[in-house]
Design a protein around this ligand. Sequence first.
Ligand code: PHE
Length: 520
Amino acid sequence: MIEIHIKAIKRGGVIMDNKRDQWGTKLGFILAAVGSAVGLGNIWRFPYLVYENGGGAFLVPYFFAIFTAGIPLLILEYGMGHKFKGSTPLAMERGNKKWEWLGWWPSITAFFILGYYSMILSWAMKYFTLSFSKGWGSDPNSFFYNDFLKLTDSPFQFGTVIWPVLIGIILVWGISWFICYKGVKGGIEKLNKVLLPTLVGIMIVIVVRGITLEGATLGLNKLFTPDWNKVMEPKVWIAAYGQVFYSLSLAMGIMMTYSSYLPKKTDINNSAFMTAFANCGFEFLCAIGVFAILGFMATSQGVGIDEVVSSGIGLAFIVFPKVFSVMGIWGTILGCLFFTCLVFAGLTSCVSLVEAVSSAIIDKTGWERKKVVSVIALAGVVMSSTFASGAGLYILDIMDNFINCYGIVVVGLLEAIVIGWIIKPATIRNHTNKTSYFRIGKWWDFTVKFITPTMLAIMLISNFVKEIKTPYGGYNIPELFAYGWSVIALGIIGALLASKSPWRNKAIEDFKEESEEEVV
Ligand code: PHE
């Protein structure tokens, strides 16, 4: 009797844990996870990647990557966050004490990513306002680099403050601060419930208008005509894994954090499949829209697709403005819709990054969410403001490359190894299977232990060899050290230091008691 009473008190741990923010509904969680996954990568990276890597034939490595890395790692991250009820560092620590730092590294990287993500969103906001009057003029290329960004000659030449960019950055941080300040259910879930359906609706309008433009079929044929020879090239497979990884926001501390806010009885396996397929569907929608519009552009200029095709910043801020300029009223409408899509897709990803950082600090310090989010937003504005200079684009370019090629890949690799070989996949599999409608089998263990680490190791080695042969982007070594390698080093050192300081949040002790009880 007394024992039961003690257990009830210990169950106070559960009550404490219940203090952890929670999603209002499972749909809210899925929308937020998809909101993080759906981002600039879907809109401006995926379409070009398909085109460049074998068109329709790219779907083979792409789906292979989704089933052997995307979904298994989503299940893994959801499972870790859900089982250990913690932000990434806390979940890792609860999985195995020695590996807490591996949870801090992506959280610190997330903060750096926010530096340039907020800048790109700030550009997109500015371009939204410009689309009404096609304010980029007759030469969008020169407008973007010279008039708007006032790009200097090298990454160490900062030039002047670019006020419109700085104001945009402050706005983006302000919105992210407000959403995270409002909490998981009252802020993040609500934001995604509104923005995500709107985003899909707008993209459907763009696609429908796109495919009815003259020349659209030219673009779509180019996009989807399979080139089976490409499937034989290892670099195409590496590209597929890279895209799946980046696009699903894996190894970023986000998915573990988001799943830690789920109630006990939640179908994890099913959620992972839904997130992956929703993201994949949106990716295809974007590819169709982008290539239909590029087909129109090529036809109207009487040139081949290869002369207009582009990705990333070049596509969004140079090629597309050119297309909108030759289109008349539809150009204005499509311009506004396109930049709205960029802003919405980016904002939901930004918020997920801020939440990954905040949640880790809340768990560690026990400070109130409002205080933590405010401190992060202020620090974020200061850090991001270096980007609002004439060197901003260079810093973005170098940092993004290093974070993607090394930061995310190494974290993913270590994550798979630690969970595959130390924490053991069965620990997570048994947990997710307990609450899931369909159970995952031993194949999942095999994937986590062998396939994912092998692919990530190959990716890492190939990136490194490429870097040694020709340093990235024609930059010199001090520049690459200042903005690239240093970010990786800071991430690791910061992570090791953070993992040395004690957990001050009371709820952690209680959790341990609860899990011990469960074992009994
Ligand atoms: N998943 C996002 C995209 O596809 C990118 C992203 C990566 C966002 C990491 C947040 C963190 O664009």
